[in-house]
Design a protein around this ligand. Structure first.
Ligand code: MV4
Length: 453
């Protein structure tokens, strides 16, 4: 096992990593930018190192500074969390070259899944169902037209280097295709320095359902159910739940088993998430994330696992300590991402938290690194924390969520708490009747008019 883990992240996930390391008896090193000197994970870590000024490129993305911090402190592993360097294959490779363990999958698997064309090719070869579309990249308009006519319009042009919706263009008819290709290429080149694009059938009203997997790189892999992440705004997840209200047990175990078998074949190592669009009873692979995700706690609540502990054990070379048959998914969990943003306009609201009272009680978990008197800096994402509730049934989880949201007080800054107080009282949400477009329509149709100003 590792002796000392350096946490190459900030905020709630840095604290989450620290807690897992501490339970395993592993020493922790916090790194931080100048504006994060007062962060909770810095206070709680055994040691801390300032690695640069506020801009992430000079601190949390500063590889030489991270290597120096390992050298100074003697850390033998780095946990990258999510975002920042978590899916940077080059970083994982550099760590290996310096005999520092990267707590995550192999650089090769990170590289494959980082290229959406390569990821889809790999998924298809592993027997994972994919969205109908081009076999690989699209090189010219004629090829695009041939593929599009084969699958039928509307089609979607996607950037190979994309993800998160950037570089994505819909072509409703053949007349739109050439322009969609050009603008997707231009946007991809500008955003990622790579203009490779591919083509997919455009699905109109799917749900976003993702499967959590764990592999040990030694031929063992399990799936830990799904998360329904359909409630998004501008490609940012807002509320996630598991199990998905849309799936039956048959669909769940079928897609889960496909994913676990694929990961065994790939000899995937670590935690991963296989993302699907789900429409009319069919799953269509879109992407795989090779990191721990923000919404991992809901999977922990229904499985009883600590996914961060599992990541650390796997990276240290341990085989998975359980099989698929050992896993029992029980109950229902929901997560709300509480952001420092205006609840109707979503304008970022960094600043000092004057009063902070998180909820508690049965089935309530808050993953956050803020505290009363803490000032949220304007330089990073606006996540204040995650409210996670558990119940034996979806209704019980919703009851607890309504109660917990009413207890939660964050004063001094705007937060998205009022959005969730509205959502949990909405009949579509209560019925689980939502797709990837539901939240944007709710907001456009005045769902938050009671708090807009
Ligand atoms: C799609 C799609 C419809 N059809 N692919 C958006 C981000 C990227 N991860 C995948 N995305 C989509 N891919 C096909 N073939 C619709 C979306 C999409 C979406 C997906 C998940 C959650 C929210 C979304 C919001 C808009 C579009």
């Amino acid at each position: 096992m590792f002796e000392k883990i350096l946490i190459a992240n900030r905020g709630e996930i840095a604290l989450r990593i620290l807690r897992a390391a501490k339970e395993l008896g592993i020493a922790t090193v916090a790194v931080h930018s100048t504006v994060d000197a007062d962060a909770m994970h810095v206070k709680l870590a055994d040691e801390s190192v300032c690695i640069g000024p506020a801009p992430a490129k000079d601190s949390y993305l500063n590889i030489p500074a991270l290597l120096a911090a390992c050298e100074i402190t003697g850390a033998d592993a780095i946990h990258p969390g999510y975002g920042f360097l978590s899916e940077n294959a080059k970083f994982a490779e550099i760590l290996h070259d310096h005999d520092i363990a990267f707590i995550g999958p192999s650089p090769e698997h990170i590289r494959i899944m980082g290229d959406k064309i390569e990821a889809k090719r790999t998924a298809r070869a592993l027997g994972i169902p994919c969205v109908p579309g081009s076999e690989g990249g699209i090189t010219d308009d004629e090829e695009a037209m041939r593929v599009a006519n084969g699958i039928g319009f509307p089609v979607l042009v996607k950037a190979a280097a994309g993800g998160g919706g950037r570089g994505m263009k819909v072509a409703r008819t053949a007349a739109d295709l050439s322009d969609a290709l050009t603008s997707a290429r231009t946007e991809a080149k500008a955003a990622f320095g790579d203009d490779a694009v591919y083509l997919e059938k455009f699905l109109d009203t799917p749900r976003h359902i993702e499967i959590q997997i764990l592999g040990d790189g030694q031929g063992n892999a399990v799936h830990i159910g799904e998360r329904d992440c359909s409630l998004q705004r501008r490609h940012q997840k807002v509320l996630e739940e598991t199990p998905s209200p849309a799936l039956n047990q048959d669909e769940r175990s079928r897609i889960g088993e496909i994913c676990a078998a694929a990961m065994r074949k790939l000899r995937y190592s670590g935690a991963g998430t296989i993302e699907f669009l789900y429409e009319d009873g069919e799953f269509y692979f879109i992407e795989m994330n090779t990191r721990i995700q923000v919404e991992h706690p809901i999977t922990e609540m229904i499985s009883g696992l600590d996914l961060l502990v599992e990541q650390i054990k796997i990276a240290s070379g341990a085989p998975l300590g359980f099989t698929q048959a050992d896993l029992e998914l029980r109950g229902h969990a929901i997560e709300c991402r509480i952001n420092a943003e205006h609840p109707a306009t979503f304008r970022p609201s960094p600043g000092k938290i004057l009063y902070y009272h998180p909820p508690g009680g049965v089935g309530v978990r808050v993953d956050s690194a803020v505290y009363q008197g803490y000032t949220i800096p304007p330089n990073y994402d606006s996540l204040v924390g995650k409210l996670i509730v558990y119940g034996r049934t979806r209704n019980e989880a919703l009851m607890r969520l309504r109660r917990a949201l009413d207890e939660f007080i964050v004063d001094g800054i705007d937060t998205t708490l009022p959005l969730f107080r509205n959502l949990v009282r909405n009949s579509d949400i209560q019925d689980g009747a939502y797709d990837i477009h539901w939240l944007e329509a709710f907001l456009a149709n005045g769902g938050m008019d009671d708090v807009s100003s």
